[in-house]
Design a protein around this ligand. Structure first.
Ligand SMILES: [Ca+2]
Ligand SMILES: [Ca+2]
Length: 264
């Protein structure tokens, strides 16, 4: 059943199971019947049966040293920091490329190719001001499968978007950086709505009673495929146009608001 509750009320709501557990524990200690004190985190640890994700951002090298490299640079001889893309080959096969697509002297995008040399298997992006990698895309059979992102610039992954046929279908989030998933989104294809479910604070498993339908500001499934082509993006000053990243409107929670109409 869909409950219409604001995101804020969900975040601030008291984890009722902990309250229920704390009362009898306190009563037992008052009569001297308890041993080593166990706090709420112990209980959570014992009960946790949810899912975890690796939040570490691991950059995969794309080193042209010892390899054949071809660089294509924007045709502006007066601009010393013109956008460029460098293709790195092992023999005749392209293994990866890296590019500065806005010409600010910092690499924005890396693309890695599978054994065929024709299909992407991974991309990394650093579009933020801090220049560190904030997005890692993984491909299956050349198709975008999962995009993991650091949405808070906290230097760790906190959001995992899942794609089918190049279109976003679901999202997982770790909102407190402990590596445990605590929020799941399901995007309604052909609609601008998604359903968000929070984790049960005791078990870490999705709590269906927390389901909330929200408007996400874009129509899921309407956009064209986000998978990059064989050739990495041409040097351009518009990163978003060539990015394999999901549309900015797909950014978590910031743009989400409760749907006006709540459906079961
Ligand atoms: Ca750049
Ligand atoms: Ca978490």
């Amino acid at each position: 059943m869909i409950l219409r509750r604001s995101p804020r009320s969900l975040l601030l709501s008291t984890p009722r199971p902990l309250v229920a557990l704390a009362a009898p524990l306190l009563a037992a200690c008052l009569v001297g019947a308890c041993g080593k004190a166990r706090d709420a985190s112990d209980e959570n640890h014992d009960e946790f049966s949810g899912e975890t994700r690796d939040t570490e951002i691991k950059h995969e090298p794309c080193d042209p040293k010892g390899k054949t490299a071809k660089t294509l640079k924007a045709e502006d001889r007066l601009d010393k920091t013109a956008p460029y893309v460098t293709h790195v080959f092992d023999g005749g096969r392209e293994i990866c490329s890296f590019s500065d697509i806005n010409g600010d002297g910092q690499i924005d995008l890396w693309t890695y190719f599978d054994e065929s040399g024709a299909r992407p298997r991974r991309h990394e992006a650093a579009y933020g001001i801090a220049k560190n990698v904030t997005e890692i895309g993984v491909y299956k059979d050349g198709q975008l499968d999962v995009v993991a992102r650091d949405t808070t610039n906290g230097n760790r992954l906190d959001t995992w978007d899942h794609y089918v046929n190049g279109k976003i279908v679901s999202r997982e989030r770790d909102k407190n950086g402990d590596g445990r998933l605590d929020e799941w989104w399901t995007f309604e294809q052909g609609s601008d709505q998604a359903t968000i479910i929070q984790a049960d604070p005791r078990t870490g498993k999705p709590d269906p009673a927390s389901a909330l339908k929200v408007e996400v500001g874009f129509v899921a499934g309407a956009a064209s495929s986000t998978a990059p082509t064989k050739t990495p993006p041409k040097p351009t000053s518009a990163p978003a146009a060539s990015s394999a990243a999901p549309a900015s409107s797909a950014a978590p929670s910031a743009s989400a608001k409760p749907a006006a109409k709540v459906t079961p």
